[in-house]
Design a protein around this ligand. Structure first.
Ligand code: ADP
Length: 501
């Protein structure tokens, strides 16, 4: 049985994994880069190992350093979290060579699903519906034109190695084919080192609905129902909920079975997610499989009543699942809001900086998974996700009311963030009515952005009072303390600029 786990990740997901390990009595090892010396996961784990400089390529993506840390710390397993090395098929291979258990699927499952063209082919063979389109890479502009003549416009040109919405272009008319093909290829080459692209029919006004699955090493596969992830900005999710407001019981059942078939087709082991795109008539098509734990997994945990990290560890220990499909039920409704250190006023650009104050919401049905604390410096090197608010209610109405209440109570100062933007989404008519597609944010930009400047002003007032406090400290400080405070140049220069000193 696994006794000690190294978490090859950072931020909220590393903290979240450590929590489950602690409940299981498993010793935890954190890894950290230069920028993360004082990060919460480092402070929270039983042990912490330095794995390199701040850029992820030299630390969180450095397999050699991570495996070395696992060996030297005596960890018998590695949990990859999400992002970073979690979907790199070489990582489980290296773990195996080092005699360390990788908590996740086989390299074969990761590489089949990581290549979107291969995944589409595999799904077609398993009779899982895929979006109409090509089943091989596009080799020339003429081939693209021929394919588009056959399936009709509009289409999406997508990178086979794609992820994070990169290497994806919408083509609405014939004149757009060549520039879109070139742009998708070059973006894919830069982001993934692979310029293979394919063509897929563009589904108008779609929903993104995904199914959580769990599979053990004994051939048992179950699904844990769906997550509706249609609130997206630049093809990236920001709010997710379960159950989906649009699925019928029958369609949920069919999609769940398709998800299980998809996992079986690659002999999947562990926790994974099958993403579908769903049109207005509830026709569903396989989009891709994420062969790891997802950011939005807690809403499933809340509604189905499982701890997915514990399930992953249970499966990695070689144990069979302890329930059958017909024993799993959805109870109530859960919503997750992703809190980012970003500037809604400046095109949602990441906004690193020092957190000066946080008010975390508490109370019935509220869970916050986060990685920040007062005084923590959000680094500029990594994804700006700093917390997730997960709220449960007995039904969708209660989950919405509770999310609104919790978001109002949630305050972070010192770093710009999207909390007020999330609050407006939760209250927007289309969202409240459950009648929204992946275009929701673009279509409601006016309402969603309306009060941003005003909110920012309120936040500035809170920040100014914090800075006044700082100034008082400076005035009382001895010469030695004064030098120390001045060396903390960020706060010092902020005081000077805000107070026009
Ligand atoms: P990535 O792996 O880069 O995240 P996905 O294939 O998962 O890319 O797609 C991300 C999002 O892009 C989807 O949730 C959806 O909003 C949009 N999208 C992708 N493919 C299509 C399509 N064929 N038609 C319409 N929208 C699409």
């Amino acid at each position: 049985m696994i006794q000690k786990i190294l978490i090859a990740n950072r931020g909220e997901i590393a903290v979240r994994i450590i929590r489950s390990c602690r409940e299981l009595g498993i010793v935890t090892v954190a890894v950290y880069s230069d920028a993360d010396r004082c990060a919460l996961h480092v402070l929270y784990a039983d042990e912490a190992w330095h794995i390199g400089p701040s850029p992820s390529i030299e630390s969180y993506l450095n397999m050699g350093n991570i495996i070395r840390a696992a060996r030297e710390s005596g960890a018998d397993a590695i949990h990859p979290g999400y992002g970073f090395l979690s979907e790199n098929p070489d990582f489980p291979k290296h773990c195996e060579e080092a005699g360390i258990i990788f908590i996740g699927p086989s390299p074969h499952a990761i590489s089949t699903m990581g290549d979107k063209i291969r995944a589409r082919k595999t799904m077609m063979e398993a009779r899982v519906p895929v979006v109409p389109g090509t089943d091989k890479a596009i080799s020339s502009e003429q081939e693209a034109v021929d394919v588009i003549d056959k399936i009709g416009l509009p289409v999406m040109i997508k990178a086979s190695a794609g992820g994070g919405g990169k290497g994806m272009r919408l083509v609405k008319d014939k004149a757009g084919i060549t520039p879109a093909l070139r742009a998708a290829r070059s973006e894919a080459k830069t982001a993934f080192g692979n310029d293979a692209v394919f063509i897929e029919k563009y589904i108008e006004s779609p929903h993104h609905i995904e199914f959580q699955i769990l599979a053990d090493k004994h051939g048992n596969v179950v699904h844990l129902f769906e997550r509706e992830c249609s609130v997206q900005r630049r093809h990236q999710k920001i709010i997710e909920e379960t159950p989906s407001p649009i699925l019928t019981k029958e369609r949920r059942h069919q999609m769940g079975e398709a998800a299980v078939a998809a996992a079986r087709a690659v002999n999947y082991e562990g926790a994974g997610t099958i993403e579908f795109i769903v049109d207005k008539d509830l026709n569903y098509y396989f989009l891709e499989m994420n062969t790891r734990l997802q950011v939005e997994h807690p809403i499933t945990e809340r509604v189905v009543g499982v701890d997915l990290v514990k399930e992953q560890i249970h499966i990695a220990n070689g144990l069979p699942l302890t329930y059958r499909q017909d024993e799993l039920k959805q109870q109530g409704h859960a919503i997750e809001c992703r809190v980012y250190a970003e500037d809604p006023q400046n095109n949602f650009m990441p906004a690193p900086g020092r957190v000066t104050h946080i008010d975390i919401p508490y109370g019935v049905g509220v869970r916050v998974d986060g990685s920040i604390y007062e005084g923590f410096e959000v680094p500029l090197y990594y994804d700006p996700l700093i917390a997730k608010l997960i709220v449960w209610g007995k039904d969708r109405t209660e989950a919405l009311e509770r999310s609104r209440r919790a978001l109002q109570e949630f305050k972070i100062t010192g770093v710009k963030n999207n909390l007020r933007f999330l609050e407006r989404i939760i209250q927007a008519k289309g969202f409240v009515e459950g009648d929204y597609t992946t275009h929701f944010i673009d279509e409601n930009e006016d309402i969603l952005m309306k009060d941003e400047a005003c909110d920012q002003h309120c936040e500035d007032i809170v920040m100014i009072s914090a800075l006044m406090e700082y100034l008082r400290k400076i005035q009382k400080a001895s010469p030695k303390e004064m030098t120390a405070l001045k060396n903390n140049w960020k706060d010092y220069s902020r005081v000077r600029s805000v107070l026009k000193l």
